[in-house]
Design a protein around this ligand. Structure first.
Ligand SMILES: *Cc1c(COP(=O)(O)O)cnc(C)c1O
Length: 423
C-alpha cells in the first residue's frame, strides 16, 4: 500500500470525512515558497500552511535555531523551571505587542491560547467578587479554534454549533461588522453591539474578536473604527477585550498586529500560527498587569492552567529566530508589495458573474464566489496551474509567504482565475 492509499484508509485530516475523504497530496520536500509533491510536481504555496510560514519553508536561519537548541535540550517542564529561549521570547513579545500588555502565558496551540484567554477573563471577574460576569459576547462570522470554549465563540452557523448544542455554553452573538475596511465608517455598525452591552454587561466577562480580519469564519475585512468602538464599549461597561491575533499577528495585515490599525490595546491578546514562522506549534496569551493581578487576587490565588509542553524550548528558540528575521527585513514593504500586486491582478474578478466579492488587505487576497466551491475539483485545476490553494465554502483565498516573488504571486493569481473559470 503506498502512502496516499494508507492515508486514505486510516488517517483523519482537518475538517474531512474519514469515509469519503477529499483527495490528499503527498509532500516530499518544501523549500522557500515551493512544495514538491510525490508526483514530482513543484507548486507555489498560496496558504503559508494556514497563515504560519511567513518566511517560507526550510529557512536556513530557522533551521539553525532549531539545530542549535536541540543540541542543548529539546524540552524541560515549565513547572518550576525556566530557560533562555522562553525568557528571550517573552521579552521580545512584550517589546513588539501593543503597549500595556505585560504578562505572557505560553500555550501549545492557538485554540488552547483562546481557552486560556477565556479562563483568565472568567477567573478575573470571579476574583473581583463578580462571578456572575461569566458570559462572552462576540461578532458573528468569527473563528477562534476547535476546542469547546473556543468553539462556543465561533460563528454559530458555520461553526456547526447545532451538533454540539448540549455541550456548548451559550454566549451572545452580535451581527458581524458590516463597514468595509476601505469604506467610510457607518456609525450604525456598532449599534447592535452597544445594545448587547446595555442589556447584558452585568453578565459579560469579555468581548472576544479577531481584530480587522475575520479569518476561517468568512474571510471578512472590517473597518478599524469598529474595533476602536468595541474597545470603548468594553471600557464604558467594565468588560474585558480579548483580541485573537492568531491569524493576523506578525505582519499579515500590513501592521505587525492588526490592533494597530485602530491603535488599541486589548486586555488579553492571543498569538499563534506565525509565531514560530510555521515550524512547529506554539501560542501565547498575553494580558495586562491589571488582569494578571486581578486573576491572582484572593482564592485560589493562582491561574489554573499548565500544559505539559508549556514554553517548549525548541519552539521558543525557533520563534525567537522567526521574530528576529521578520524585524530584520523590510517586511512592511514586502507585505505592501504583495497587497499592491494582489489588487492589480485580482480586482478584475469583481466583475465576473460567478464572483460575489474580492477583498484584499496586506498579504491576504480573498475571492468570494456566489456558490460553494467544489474543493476537490478546483484543487485539480490549481495544481495543474502550479499552485497550492485550499478554498473553504465560497471563499478562494490566499495568504502567501512574505518572501513570495512577483512571479509567485502572479502564478497564484493566474491559478485563481483558471479555477474561477472552471467553477
Ligand atoms: C487558527 C486559528 C485559531 C486556532 O489555532 P490552532 O493552532 O489551530 O488551535 C484560533 N483563532 C484564530 C483567529 C485562528 O485563525
Amino acid at each position: 500500500m503506498n502512502n496516499t492509499e494508507f492515508d486514505k484508509q486510516h488517517i483523519w485530516h482537518p475538517y474531512t470525512s474519514a469515509v469519503h475523504p477529499l483527495p490528499c497530496y503527498e509532500v516530499v520536500a518544501a523549500s522557500g515558497t515551493r512544495l514538491t509533491l510525490s508526483s514530482g510536481e513543484s507548486i507555489v504555496d498560496g496558504m503559508s500552511s494556514w497563515w504560519s510560514t511567513i518566511h517560507g519553508y526550510n529557512h536556513p536561519k530557522l533551521n539553525e535555531a532549531a539545530h542549535c537548541q536541540i543540541e542543548k535540550f529539546s524540552h524541560v517542564m515549565f513547572g518550576g523551571l525556566t530557560h533562555e529561549p522562553a525568557v528571550q521570547l517573552c521579552k521580545r513579545l512584550l517589546e513588539i505587542v501593543p503597549d500595556g500588555l505585560n504578562r505572557v502565558f505560553l500555550a501549545d496551540s492557538g485554540s488552547v491560547s483562546v481557552e486560556v484567554a477565556i479562563k483568565m477573563a472568567i477567573q478575573y471577574w470571579a476574583c473581583q467578587g463578580r462571578p456572575e460576569k461569566s458570559k462572552l459576547v462576540t461578532p458573528r462570522n468569527g473563528y477562534h479554534g476547535d476546542t469547546f470554549a473556543a468553539m462556543s465563540v465561533c460563528d454559530p452557523i458555520n461553526g456547526m454549533h447545532s451538533l454540539f448544542k448540549k455541550s456548548l455554553i451559550e454566549h451572545h452573538f452580535a451581527p458581524a461588522p458590516q463597514t468595509r475596511f476601505e469604506n467610510t465608517w457607518s456609525p450604525d455598525d456598532i449599534a447592535p453591539m452597544r445594545d448587547i452591552f446595555e442589556k447584558h454587561a452585568e453578565q459579560l466577562a469579555a468581548l472576544v474578536l479577531e481584530p480587522i480580519v475575520q479569518g476561517a469564519g468568512g474571510m471578512r475585512i472590517y473597518h478599524p473604527e469598529y474595533l476602536k468602538q468595541c474597545r470603548q464599549l468594553c471600557d464604558e461597561f467594565d468588560v474585558l477585550l480579548i483580541c485573537d491575533e492568531i491569524a493576523t499577528g506578525f505582519g499579515r495585515t500590513g501592521k505587525l498586529f492588526a490592533c494597530e490599525h485602530a491603535q488599541i490595546t486589548p486586555d488579553i491578546l492571543c498569538l499563534g500560527k506565525a509565531l514560530t514562522g510555521g515550524y512547529m506549534t506554539l501560542a501565547a496569551t498575553l494580558c495586562t498587569e491589571q488582569v494578571a493581578l486581578g486573576v491572582c487576587e484572593g482564592e485560589p490565588g493562582v491561574f489554573m492552567h499548565g500544559p505539559t509542553f508549556m514554553g517548549n524550548p525548541l519552539a521558543c528558540a525557533v520563534a525567537n529566530a522567526s521574530i528576529d528575521l521578520l524585524l530584520s527585513k523590510p517586511w512592511q514593504t514586502d507585505v505592501l508589495n504583495i497587497e499592491t500586486q494582489l489588487k492589480n491582478e485580482l480586482s478584475e474578478l469583481k466583475t465576473n458573474d460567478k464572483v460575489a466579492d474580492v477583498r484584499i488587505l496586506g498579504a491576504i487576497g480573498v475571492v468570494e464566489m456566489k456558490m460553494h466551491v467544489n474543493v476537490a475539483e478546483i484543487q485539480k485545476v490549481f495544481i495543474k496551474h502550479g499552485a497550492w490553494i485550499r478554498p473553504f465554502s465560497k471563499n478562494i483565498y490566499i495568504m502567501p509567504p512574505f518572501i513570495s516573488s512577483p512571479q509567485d504571486i502572479s502564478a497564484l493569481c493566474e491559478a485563481i482565475k483558471q479555477g474561477v473559470a472552471c467553477c
